[in-house]
Ligand binder design. Structure first.
Ligand SMILES: C[S@@+](CC[C@H](N)C(=O)[O-])C[C@H]1O[C@@H](n2cnc3c(N)ncnc32)[C@H](O)[C@@H]1O
Length: 366
């Protein structure tokens, strides 16, 4: 077991994820299996039960463990540990901090933050999920976590917070969270951008200004309720598959962009063009950066090597847009997503508004 935990830490650190000594001790101390007692679905969809030989090796791997499905859709999980690590480090959790988590899920992330000395309130919209998280925290002997069943939009039942962390994908931030922040506090949240959920560190108060820096790329399941409302500035929903694609521009980069650089280009495309999102391409497993026309089912796909595949009546126009976006990003020296500064504005349903990304500015050259 000790070997498994050491290997676990190595996997989390893989690719340069920062892990402070305190957070490494928390990951080593909190038993993740206690938070998935009924098994889980692996990323490839396979169900793994506690009696299965790969149960513990998968629990102590850098993988998301899906703990609840609704049909084909995952609706609760223990997130990927390296992503939890990046988000907790970005949150700068200190002993005695009061932390609000939106999306209790299994309770494991709350347990890690409590082990760092925080007083945690964690909220989940699904009652059975909240109940299971409460039981798991008790079985693991974790003190200092209160679990609530509510829509996280409300900000939970009471209290002010030094930090708020959101572990479900949102279109924007609830004003109730901003109202609950202590001076100097901030929110770390995965906020929809061009079909993905890059994690933002957001500061400010209602009525504004509210600004954010970008922490890292991420993909999360989508929040229920007003937190995922569509708004005037929404990028199009991802396209399941674009048919009849033909190569409209040849590859321009050899080797192709690495995964993180491709995400940087993707982020810039979303900042510069409101039709950027992601699309599946027939015959390929991954999904790609795409610019969709008004039908939402055609447009241009940018591959990591810079080739453009296009479809539909506006194929030529969207190919030109895709090419111009790549030229612009390249000419600026391939700015990383962390170089962007985001301004947020109030949007959505006037009865349940959210603060959404509205303008983007490059703050520095790479
Ligand atoms: C990825 S899981 C959270 C992972 C969790 N932090 C952990 O450590 O296991 C996302 C959770 O967000 C919850 N959720 C979705 N929409 C929500 C909302 N509007 N308010 C609160 N929780 C929500 C889901 O029920 C799900 O359990």
């Amino acid at each position: 077991m000790e070997d498994a935990r050491r290997h676990y830490l190595d996997q989390i650190r893989y690719d340069g994820v920062p892990l402070s000594p305190a957070l490494a001790r928390a990951f080593a101390a909190v038993p993740r299996e206690v938070f998935v007692p009924d098994g889980f679905h692996r990323r490839d969809g396979r169900r793994v039960l506690p009696a299965d030989p790969d149960y513990l090796p998968t629990v102590y791997s850098n993988d998301v463990l899906v703990t609840k499905m609704s049909g084909d859709l995952p609706v609760s999980s223990s997130s990927q540990p390296s992503l939890m690590a990046v988000m907790i480090e970005a949150l700068e959790v200190r002993p005695g901090h009061r932390v609000l988590e939106i999306g209790a899920g299994t309770g494991y992330n709350a347990a890690l933050m409590a082990t760092l000395g925080a007083e945690v309130t964690t909220v989940d919209v699904q009652e059975d999920v909240a109940d299971r998280a409460r039981s798991a925290l008790a079985r693991a002997g974790i003190n200092g976590v209160r679990v609530e069943n509510a829509d996280g939009y409300t900000g939970g039942s009471q209290g002010r917070y030094d930090r708020i962390v959101v572990t479900v994908g949102v279109a924007g931030l609830s004003p109730h969270w901003l109202d609950r922040l202590e001076p100097g506090g901030f929110v770390v949240a995965p906020v929809e951008h061009a079909g993905t959920h890059p994690v933002l560190a957001v500061r400010g108060s209602v009525p504004g200004p509210v600004t954010a820096s970008v922490v890292c790329p991420a993909g999360f399941m989508t929040a229920a309720g007003p937190l995922s409302a569509r708004h005037d500035g929404s990028h199009p929903p991802p396209a399941a598959a674009l048919g009849e694609l033909t190569e409209a521009a040849a590859a321009r980069w050899a080797p192709a962009l690495e995964a993180l650089a491709y995400r940087d280009l993707w982020y810039a495309a979303g900042a510069w063009h409101n039709r950027a999102t992601h699309a599946s391409v027939p015959g390929r497993e991954q999904s790609y950066l795409a610019l969709l026309d008004d039908s939402g089912t055609a447009g241009a796909v940018i591959l990591p090597d810079g080739a453009v595949l296009a479809s539909g009546a506006s194929a030529e126009r969207y190919t030109a847009v895709a090419t111009a976006l790549m030229d612009r990003w390249w000419a600026l020296g391939r700015p990383p997503m962390r170089a962007w500064r985001v301004g947020l504005a109030r949007a959505g349903d006037p009865g349940a508004p959210i603060w959404v990304p509205r303008n983007w500015e490059l703050t520095r050259r790479p």
